[in-house]
Write a protein that binds this ligand. Structure first.
Ligand code: ADP
Ligand code: X2W
Length: 302
């Protein structure tokens, strides 16, 4: 039994305990709904910033695993790669939301994503009582990538993205071995090129490929906005694939939100039941979405 807190009146302690019990009871149907289900969570580079937020995120992931869900974390790290490149005097350049990645840059990308950020997240999850395993697309040949297409910007300017890849094949053997054994995979979006080199893969795209290959029940994308917003910056709580396509066509969805919703469409068409784009800066965003009636962000379904 836990010790009563001495400086609070007993009635307050009892009502708080009661409230806690009620909250737990309300989570039961949600836990049952996701029991044994695979949930892929994409943790964006903007959401990662701040130790307190990262600890809360790690707690949520461990709580999910403890309640019978199989979480798979895929992380980004765009701002962190940018900061390291700036320290080394290398300028970050993007085309169509993707980093133009030369030979020197891809080495830094791998170092930051598969090295420091991946191990930081593994550390936070383990500190919260979980058993995380940090991997990247190269491990177990999980994700093989092909060179991303050149992109056209400003109507006629063709840009070669360099060492940027798109998932070509996904082999889930390693993940199949890990899931269901109290282990939490944490994946960095770096992949082996079909010819053996290294490719930098956009984290949203990488996460969508993993969610699709695993047939995840839910795919959550944690970012720095409340979800998909309409022209008046109001949250759109529910969208279908057709509605998303219309919002891209009329320019409501732009910039970094385009690869995000495109990966959502890919995952849904590959069999994922529902995809949610939500604000990763909100404390316990993952638990709010999965284990309460509240729901957060934009739910996209077929
Ligand atoms: N309709 C829209 N709703 C919400 N965000 C949008 C929309 N259109 C463009 N955006 C932009 O997309 C950004 C999210 O994408 P991005 O910066 O790539 O996120 P992350 O770093 O989390 O992957 C938002 O911060 C916002 O500026
Ligand atoms: C090709 C490409 O753009 N790769 C990204 C990979 C990291 C990423 O996607 O991180 P966020 O989710 O934080 O944006 C990059 O180099 O920034």
């Amino acid at each position: 039994m836990s010790e009563p807190v001495m400086n609070e009146p007993l009635s307050t302690q009892v009502s708080e305990a009661q409230l806690q019990a009620e909250v737990l009871a309300k989570a039961l149907p949600h836990m049952q709904r996701y029991d044994d289900a695979i949930v892929v969570v994409k943790y964006g580079g903007h959401a990662i910033s701040g130790e307190e937020g990262a600890r809360t995120f790690a707690q949520d992931i461990v709580l999910l695993e403890q309640s019978g869900v199989n979480p798979v974390v895929v992380h980004g790290g765009g701002p962190q790669i940018g900061a390291m490149l700036a320290k080394l005097g290398i300028k970050s350049e993007f085309a169509a939301g993707l980093r133009i990645t030369d030979k020197a840059t891809v080495e830094i990308v791998e170092m930051v994503l598969a090295g420091s950020i991946n191990k930081q997240i593994v550390g936070f999850i383990n500190e919260a009582g979980g058993k995380a395993i940090g991997l990247c697309g190269k491990d177990g040949n999980m994700v093989r990538a092909r060179k991303a297409n050149r992109v056209v910007v400003d109507n006629d300017h063709v840009v070669d993205l360099g060492f940027v890849g798109e998932p070509d094949t996904v082999d889930t053997t390693v993940l199949d071995q890990i899931l269901g054994r109290e282990l939490i995979p944490v994946l960095a979006p770096v992949a082996a090129a079909v010819d053996g080199g290294t490719y930098n893969v956009n984290a949203d795209t990488f996460a969508g490929a993993i969610a699709g290959a695993l047939g995840a029940k839910r795919f959550l994308l944690l970012t720095d906005v409340p979800g998909v917003l309409d022209k008046n910056k109001q949250l759109l709580p529910k969208l279908t694939i057709a509605e998303v396509r219309a919002l891209i066509a009329d320019g409501t969805i732009s910039g970094g939100m385009i690869p995000k919703v495109e990966t959502c469409i890919y995952a849904l068409e590959a069999g994922v039941e529902g995809v949610v784009i939500l604000d990763g800066k909100v404390p316990h965003a993952v638990l709010l979405e999965l284990l309460t009636d509240h729901g957060a962000g934009t739910l996209i379904t077929r």
